[in-house]
Design a protein around this ligand. Structure first.
Ligand SMILES: Nc1nc2c(ncn2[C@@H]2O[C@H](COP(=O)(O)OP(=O)(O)OP(=O)(O)O)[C@@H](O)[C@H]2O)c(=O)[nH]1
Ligand SMILES: [Mg+2]
Length: 239
């Protein structure tokens, strides 16, 4: 991915919403699904536990218009944020083109946010991607709640470099949700360039030149977070 299909004049872009448990990833997709034209969106598939935690992943296919003569099809996915589901996160991340990192702005969630950034970097490296070259947007979510850190405090705690696009949001009310989607779509299409010149099939999504890294900062500043042994989860036979 992005996967270019010249005969159909289509581009497929996979965007993964990543972040700590209960940060609002699924709520983002639910808002997008609810507020998109029915002929532009597919079914929102969610696999949840009883407590409405994502057990496996959410998937929402969308069509967002035409880019240089090619129809753009987005595949929006979320990972399960709970630490135990790391194997599932690795599967969902395969062939990712762009990441939305959903930050939980609430006071007290700093460590979970940083642990999730570290985990994202680890899992990208594990599959051979350079975390500093995958298109990335940071969403500061839950801005509607009273006890949230300021954007400056969050930016500093998470060491988000200024060249990464950052947006405030409240997925619960919908504020900032489509702006985030637009930002990551633009970032993914920017690195794609002219689809007509790209070979058929899947090609890596790589930002030219490395960014300043919030991953290295997270790795340098956080203590080891031990990941408990994963419980049984359904396996995805990908490829
Ligand atoms: N007030 C407020 N609540 C939010 C916001 N975003 C999400 N929530 C609530 O936070 C809870 C968790 O949201 P989810 O979207 O399920 O979180 P998640 O990141 O998908 O969590 P996992 O699937 O466990 O990784 C839900 O009760 C949401 O309604 C927000 O912006 N503001
Ligand atoms: Mg979820």
């Amino acid at each position: 991915m992005p996967l270019v299909h010249h005969a159909k004049r289509e581009i497929h872009v996979k965007v993964v919403y990543y972040g700590p448990g209960l940060g609002g990833k699924t709520t983002n997709l639910e808002h997008i699904h609810r507020h998109s034209a029915p002929d532009r969106r597919g079914k929102l598939v969610s696999l949840m536990t009883e407590a409405e935690r994502t057990l496996f992943f959410d998937l929402l296919p969308m069509e967002i218009g035409v880019f240089r003569g090619y129809r753009v099809r987005l595949h929006l996915c979320t990972v399960p944020g709970q630490m135990a589901h790391d194997r599932t996160r690795q599967l969902v991340l395969r062939h990712v083109d762009g990441v939305v990192f959903v930050v939980d702005s609430q006071r007290g969630r700093e460590e979970s946010n940083v642990a999730s950034i570290r985990n994202l970097a680890e899992n990208l490296r594990r599959q051979g991607d350079d975390p500093d070259r995958i298109p990335l947007v940071v969403q500061y979510n839950k801005r509607d709640l009273p006890d949230v850190l300021s954007i400056e405090e969050l930016r500093e705690a998470l060491a988000v470099p200024p060249d990464v696009e950052q947006l405030e949001a409240s997925a619960a009310t919908g504020a900032g949700v489509f702006e985030t989607l637009k930002a990551i779509t633009k970032a993914c299409l920017k690195v794609l360039g002219d689809p007509a010149t790209i070979p058929e099939g899947r090609s890596p999504s790589i930002v030219p030149g490395r960014r300043a890294s919030m991953y290295r900062a997270a790795e340098a500043t956080t203590p080891e977070v031990s990941i408990p042994k994963a419980p049984a989860v359904p396996r995805l036979d990908d490829d």
